[in-house]
Write a protein that binds this ligand. Structure first.
Ligand SMILES: [Zn+2]
Length: 286
């Protein structure tokens, strides 16, 4: 799932490539992906791309006259920039991976795609990004929050730190992958309870958040959009690395599975050497 660093890199790429170009066509192939009906997609052609912005994990393509194409890539969505399209024929609505296509006046443009059968990519055409419920609910940006803001936000919600850190209303931008990385860098258990964290632990967590996200942004920005996913993988220390050695201590990276997700962590670095109970497994055994 694209998180803050990947969306930041896509935003940066679009800003460089698409700003100043006029929208020729906006083609919607997956009707269910478009969550708004007013303004209609026909409002976009003829307008110029003036900016690309990021709101948490949302991408905002700004068109002149205050029109915003706001995109949430969800789990399996991605933005593919095309220097040219193979055909001028309009996209046919159907079951393909392309949800939406934007053609620009120089023949380039981008496709929003979504792999898999669970379709949750969401696109909003709005005159104000705050009209998108997920954007309106966002907490402060995880990369921009200073220590006081970060501490206040983390303490505003009592719960397991992994869940609170990925709650977009608490802080915007961190998802499953980078929360694993941040907690590893901060040497904190994903199940530590937020209101029991000391000031010192929160300061460490804040520093780790900035460091992990900042590093990932630096690695990602400037990469071609197509290469971003591989770049993300190469920078990860525990996430999606179950069974491999922790690069810090050499212990084996472990996993806790849930119904539709999992987390990875290093017991030596994060939980005093004690493995966490795997909830799914313990339920099966019972
Ligand atoms: Zn370790």
């Amino acid at each position: 799932m694209p998180e803050l660093p990947e969306v930041e890199a896509l935003t940066d790429y679009l800003r460089e490539r698409a700003v100043g170009r006029r929208v020729d066509r906006l083609e919607v192939a997956a009707i269910s992906a478009l969550k708004t009906y007013d303004p209609a997609p026909t409002a976009a052609p003829g307008r110029t791309v003036t900016d690309a912005r990021r709101h948490g994990k949302f991408l905002d393509v700004v068109l002149d006259g205050d029109l915003h194409l706001v995109v949430h890539l969800a789990r399996a969505g991605w933005l593919h920039y095309r220097e040219a399209f193979p055909s001028a024929a309009p996209l046919r609505p159907g079951k393909g991976p392309i949800a939406l296509r934007v053609r620009l006046d120089d023949g380039s443009g981008f496709d929003l795609t979504e792999a898999g059968t669970q379709k949750s990519l969401a696109v909003y055409l709005v005159t104000d990004p705050q009209a998108v419920p997920g954007v309106a609910r966002l907490g402060p940006d995880a990369l921009a929050a200073d220590l006081a803001t970060f501490t206040e936000r983390m303490r505003s919600r009592k719960g397991q730190v992994k869940g609170v850190l990925t709650d977009q209303t608490v802080l915007a931008g961190v998802g499953n992958a980078y929360s694993d990385e941040i907690l590893h860098a901060a040497k904190l258990s994903p199940f530590a309870i937020t209101n029991r964290l000391t000031d010192e632990q929160l300061a460490t967590l804040h520093a780790a958040t900035r460091e992990v996200l900042g590093d990932a942004v630096r690695r990602s920005v400037g990469q071609k959009a197509a290469e971003l996913k591989g770049e993300k993988r190469s920078g990860l220390k525990v996430h999606a690395r179950r069974g491999q050695p922790c690069p810090l201590c050499g212990d084996t990276v472990r996993e806790v599975s849930f119904a539709d997700s999992s987390l990875q962590y290093c017991a030596t670095c994060q939980t005093g050497g004690k493995p966490l109970a795997d909830r799914r497994l313990s339920r099966l055994v019972r």
